[in-house]
Design a protein around this ligand. Structure first.
Ligand SMILES: NC(=O)c1ccc[n+]([C@@H]2O[C@H](COP(=O)([O-])OP(=O)(O)OC[C@H]3O[C@@H](n4cnc5c(N)ncnc54)[C@H](OP(=O)(O)O)[C@@H]3O)[C@@H](O)[C@H]2O)c1
Length: 327
């Protein structure tokens, strides 16, 4: 029987997570059987394991928020998909060797893509894409400011903004990342110590940022807010520092800043099917062209899932941790 991850209780991965052999049924009417190829370990997966995420599965559960696979078989009545196609399953529970999913929930990829890169397409690049499009109407040459710029989302923002004609002011925790992110397309990279209220003019050549993307919270978020032009928007989509936002009243009253949140899950539930498909088609095209690329630090087979989760919690990684589900 194929292997699947098994979360038995919420808590530390060493105590709560394991793998088990599970029976996988043949695909029924309107369903497909997918042979999973790869899946990343994202902060959201760690939040699920710890029981702190906004949406938790009933336990015991096979977990995993995204991944890529290949269709092995289609059930009766499935017309738009065929065996052999690479697909992104949009259902929860991707950390497994085989899964059955509704055909309507699966996004087919155009041809063959690198399986590790494709495995990371559903969540972080889509989050970057929607945040760049849904909050502020950016003009060519406009600036975006973001923290956690070395994260999967942050790197997608850098690369997509570059491809779309916008500029990025990026905040990271380590000086050593500055050159690397500039090579990846960042216009300016500074560390958390840089006071953006004083420095934005020098850093951005007078073009004050109109959109801030915050995945850290606390003082880091305030630093971003202080760099924004009047009437701009800060979108909060993560809380890596686990510190709350603390925003001075004047930024709302005198600067007219707007503070909004983004959650990809809500977007996916509410977006029209055509917009959802257009978003992933655009991202797959960028991936195919190489304008979207996320570095990989290491990969682990599914039977070492706990090691993978622990590795994903290490600071100063050189990229994402993936589960190689095809071995
Ligand atoms: N709202 C949504 O729909 C949505 C969707 C996708 C992701 N997210 C969120 O976006 C964030 C990034 O996710 P990801 O998968 O892109 O992350 P990732 O690739 O795993 O990278 C995590 C990043 O967080 C930084 N970081 C960790 N602890 C930090 C701290 N205390 N202060 C400042 N930075 C810290 C790391 O900095 P170093 O590079 O220095 O190690 C790294 O750049 C997470 O909070 C995730 O939950 C939200």
């Amino acid at each position: 029987m194929p292997l699947a991850s098994r979360l038995n209780s919420f808590g530390a991965a060493q105590e709560s997570l394991t793998t088990a052999e599970v029976a996988v049924p043949d695909p029924g009417p309107g369903e497909v059987l997918i042979g999973m190829m790869a899946a990343p370990v994202n902060p959201a997966d760690i939040n699920v394991i710890e029981g702190t995420y906004g949406d938790l599965p009933k336990l015991p559960a096979t977990i995993g928020n995204e991944g890529v696979g290949r269709i092995l078989a289609v059930g009766p009545g499935v017309r738009n998909l065929e065996a052999g196609q690479m697909v992104l399953p949009m259902t929860f529970g991707t950390w497994c060797a085989r899964m059955v999913a509704p055909a309507s929930s699966v996004i087919p990829l155009p041809g063959e893509l690198d399986r590790f890169q494709a495995a990371m397409l559903t969540v972080n690049p889509a989050t970057a894409w929607r945040m760049l499009h849904d909050f502020v109407k950016l003009q060519p040459g406009d600036w975006i400011v973001q923290n956690a710029a070395n994260s999967g989302v942050g790197r997608s923002v850098i690369q997509l903004a570059r491809a779309l004609g916008w500029k990025t002011l990026n905040v990271v925790r380590r000086e050593s990342l500055c050159g690397e992110l500039q090579s990846a397309g960042a216009d300016v990279v500074v560390t958390e110590e840089c006071d953006l209220r004083k420095e934005w003019r020098t850093l951005c050549g007078g073009g004050r940022p109109k959109l801030a993307l915050n995945a850290v919270g606390g003082p880091s978020a305030l630093n971003l807010a202080n760099s924004l032009a009047a009437g701009s928007t800060m979108v909060t989509y993560g809380a890596m520092s686990k510190q709350a936002l603390k925003i001075p009243n004047g930024l709302l009253i005198f600067q007219g800043l707007r503070f909004q949140g983004f959650w990809l899950k809500r977007w996916r539930e509410n977006a029209e099917e055509s917009v959802r498909r257009e978003t992933y088609a655009a991202l797959a095209e960028h991936l195919g062209k190489g304008t979207l690329f996320t570095p990989v630090h290491a990969s682990f087979p599914l039977d070492r899932v706990v090691e993978a989760v622990l590795a994903a919690q290490q600071d100063e990684r050189g990229g994402k941790i993936l589960l190689d589900l095809s071995v």
